[in-house]
Design a binder for this molecule. Structure first.
Ligand code: FES
Length: 354
């Protein structure tokens, strides 16, 4: 079960004008709980004017090996979002020594080190989880290689510029970096411009043997991730080799269903070994119905993006507004995002423990 603990901020290091790394110190007693896989994220929470606000930020530091003790520090990349209450607070108000409520690591956009060739297509702050994936992979698995294609606006706005350059120096034979800037010409390398589906379809086969890549990691804004997925599918890459994590989804991307909701419906939920049955109010998500009665129900984004609210649909039927977090295999297996689910049948049963 995901849990929150107060963790002290040990450092705030600026990366660019609008992004920084927050480092949390993890006390020895909590290190096992904060053991994470490369690519996972942390949800942070605070209460603003009586309302709880949560945001997820990806861990950029390498993951501990299974035989090592859990991490003594956790580093997350935070980019300032225009008008974003949490990122403004995180970057402008937090100072070393402050304590933040930090959830234990979550997320399935992960790669356990294994031999093989891997690749990533990332945009902007989408580099954050992929940095953890690449550094962990190359350090722990000498028979692994990674090709990173990153898209940023300008050099000055590029997060983790030095860390990624270090990887090139440290692993010249196993790490390939391709940078595309949308608003700046580079002296060497690819011409500027956006990475859209057409450009990626032409570019990827020139960079690496696409059919030999064991896993593709796509992370960034919705448009880039979607373009990269379409390009890969067009190049014959099976869906099972493509892993996605989306940051920033416009509301326009929401999918709404015309299926009518029943007049009265209830949700039965099992959470941390205990169950209960509660009414679902008109228009309310199943997560909100559960949260009214079980404030410990897991969630972070409430936007269908992070996957923290994943639950198994034991019985009944739901419709999801949108899903940018679950893989097709997970929805086929019966998992839903509680924050996006609305009842279609009068009774719905969820299991958050599975
Ligand atoms: S809380 Fe993030 S997907 Fe539901």
């Amino acid at each position: 079960m995901a849990r929150f603990h107060p963790l002290p901020v040990a450092a705030v290091e600026w990366l660019t004008d609008d992004s920084a790394v927050l480092t949390f110190a993890v006390p020895p007693a909590l290190r096992e709980e904060y053991r994470h896989a490369p690519g996972q994220h942390l949800a942070l929470r605070r209460t603003v004017d009586g309302t709880e606000v949560r945001r997820t930020y990806s861990i950029c530091s390498p993951a501990p090996a299974p035989d090592d003790e859990g991490p003594s520090t956790l580093r997350v990349g935070v980019r300032l979002v225009e008008g974003g209450a949490f990122s403004t607070y995180a970057l402008k108000e937090i100072t070393v020594g402050d304590e933040l409520e930090v959830m234990t690591p979550a997320g399935r956009f992960t790669l356990e080190p294994a031999p093989g060739l891997y690749a990533g297509v990332v945009g902007g702050s989408g580099i954050t989880p992929v940095l953890s994936i690449v550094t962990t992979l190359l350090a722990r698995e000498p028979r692994a290689a990674f090709c990173l294609i990153r898209s940023d606006r300008t050099t000055a706005s590029t997060m983790f510029l030095e860390e990624v350059a270090d990887l090139k120096d440290r692993y010249p034979d196993r790490f390939q970096l391709v940078t595309v800037l949308s608003r700046e010409e580079q002296q060497a390398g690819l011409p500027s411009g956006r990475l859209d589906r057409e450009r990626l379809s032409g570019l990827l086969p020139t960079l690496l043997p696409v059919d030999r890549v064991a896993g593709w990691f796509l992370c960034g804004p919705f448009g880039l991730v979607q373009s990269a997925e379409q390009a890969l599918r067009g190049l014959g890459v099976p869906r099972t080799r493509i892993h996605e994590e989306i940051f920033h989804v416009d509301n326009g991307a929401a999918v709404t269903s015309s299926r009518p909701a029943p007049a009265h419906s209830t949700v039965t939920a099992r959470l941390d070994g205990r169950g209960g049955t509660w009414p679902v109010h008109d228009g309310e998500s199943l997560l909100d119905a559960v949260l009214r009665n079980r404030p410990d129900a897991p969630y972070a984004c409430k936007g269908g993006v992070c996957g923290t609210c994943r639950a198994f649909l034991v019985s009944g039927e739901v419709r999801m507004d949108r899903n940018f977090a679950l893989e097709p295999e997970e929805t086929d297996a019966g998992y839903v995002l509680a924050c996006q689910s609305h009842p279609v049948t009068e009774k719905v049963e969820l299991d958050f423990d599975r």
